[in-house]
Design a protein. Structure first.
Length: 387
């Protein structure tokens, strides 16, 4: 039986570095003409490029509309002026804004922290400047909603924090560090509904996962592995020593443990042709076995006429829930019977939830899915990387 080791990396330092602040690009996938910022909690200041500021209290709202390379700004319906960029800043940690996208109906979101707004190619761009632990709390709630398993919430907190700190240069050319989509991590506003998340954040504050070289790990996670996770090289073509397959029976009763999809034989043949794989067009020459694919071991490709077709391409091209599936012909269609939801690498969320319900502590859950990793203080890791 493979053994897993997890130790807390203790590093004595004579000082603590300042709290990390993330710049998150909001609503990058949304289409809207203007936006309203309504003060929901605490007080804010509208900071203008000329250095002047306008005080805002609860209920005040700022309307912003792009006009070329500038933005028109109004406070409570009255014009403030046109500027290249504005900032909305709160002096207190509990400040939050309700953000309304116009003309989208019912598109109102609540975010904490500070904001900068500007126009780019006549479209509004909004960045949210948010303290690290508040960001992590929001991502955890966006990922798992009202799950009440405290040990699982700790696991998710550590993974979300590690993932964020390891990807802060992903959107450097876009003028922010992280986006609010699953491309980075789902970030849908201030954590407000699950009160247990705050306790999980506090108990794991600043903790991240590192490998045996004290480097932040690729903190991969997914919804459901279908009974077995997969290795990193099966998905990203690059092996990572701590991301190895593990059998996970705890997720088999999860909501996303299995799925079914179908594609017509005609569409499938056209798809194969688009991939350079030619199949006879005469239906009488097609045997069922040609399109049957039995996949018990999470194979990473299908062989057609001595050509390999990666299952990750099939998943991406046909928007399937996972790469773990079998195929068989049913009348004029090909049925896919799949297992799991997501890329299958790293932590299986539904399996981890069940492990927490069974009484396992958060570090034991991490041990199961990641081989030979350590918990470490994020500030200590920064010190390791200083030159």
């Amino acid at each position: 039986m493979r053994r897993y080791f997890l130790v807390i990396l203790f590093i004595t330092v004579s000082f603590r570095l300042g709290a990390e602040v993330f710049k998150v690009g909001l609503f990058r996938g949304e289409q809207f003409l203007s936006v309203e910022f309504i003060v929901a909690e605490s007080n804010y200041s509208l900071i203008l490029p000329n250095g002047k500021s306008v005080s805002l209290t609860i209920g005040d709202y700022i309307s912003v509309t792009p006009t070329g390379q500038t933005i028109k700004v109004k406070k409570n319906g009255k014009s403030v002026g046109a500027y290249t960029k504005i900032r909305l800043v709160t002096a207190l940690a509990d400040g939050s804004m309700r953000i309304k996208l116009i003309p989208k109906e019912n598109a109102v979101y609540t975010y904490g922290g500070h904001f900068e707004v500007f126009s780019f190619k006549e479209k509004l761009k909004i960045n949210n400047i948010i303290e690290q632990e508040s960001y992590v709390a929001s991502v955890v709630e966006s990922e798992i909603g009202n799950n009440a398993q405290s040990e699982f919430l700790k696991v998710q907190s550590v993974l979300c924090r590690t993932y964020a700190l390891n990807h802060l240069t992903r959107h450097a050319e876009d003028g922010f560090e992280l986006c609010d989509q699953v491309h980075c991590q789902a970030y849908k506003g201030k954590s407000r509904f699950n009160n247990l998340i705050k306790a999980a954040i506090d108990s794991t504050r600043n903790l991240v996962l590192v490998d045996n070289k004290n480097k932040l790990i690729v903190a991969a996670y997914h919804s459901n592995c279908g009974g077995r996770t997969t290795s990193a090289d099966q998905v990203w073509s690059k092996p990572i020593e701590y991301l190895q397959p593990v059998a996970d029976t705890f997720c088999l009763d999860g909501n996303h443990a299995s799925w079914i999809a179908s594609i017509s034989v005609k569409d499938w043949k056209s798809y194969l042709k688009s991939k350079g794989i030619i199949i006879a067009t005469n239906d009488s020459l097609i045997s069922d076995t040609l399109f049957n694919f039995i996949n018990e071991d999470r194979a990473n490709s299908i062989m057609y006429n001595n050509q390999l077709l990666p299952v990750k391409d099939i998943r991406s091209d046909w928007k399937l829930k996972s790469t773990w599936f079998t195929m068989h012909v049913a009348n004029d269609s090909i049925e896919f019977h799949g297992r799991g939801f997501g890329h299958g690498v790293g932590l299986c969320q539904e399996g981890a939830m069940k492990r927490a319900e069974a009484g396992l502590e958060f570090h034991s859950i991490i041990n199961f899915y990641f081989k030979d990793v350590k918990l470490a203080d994020a500030d200590a890791i920064k010190l390791y990387e200083m030159k």
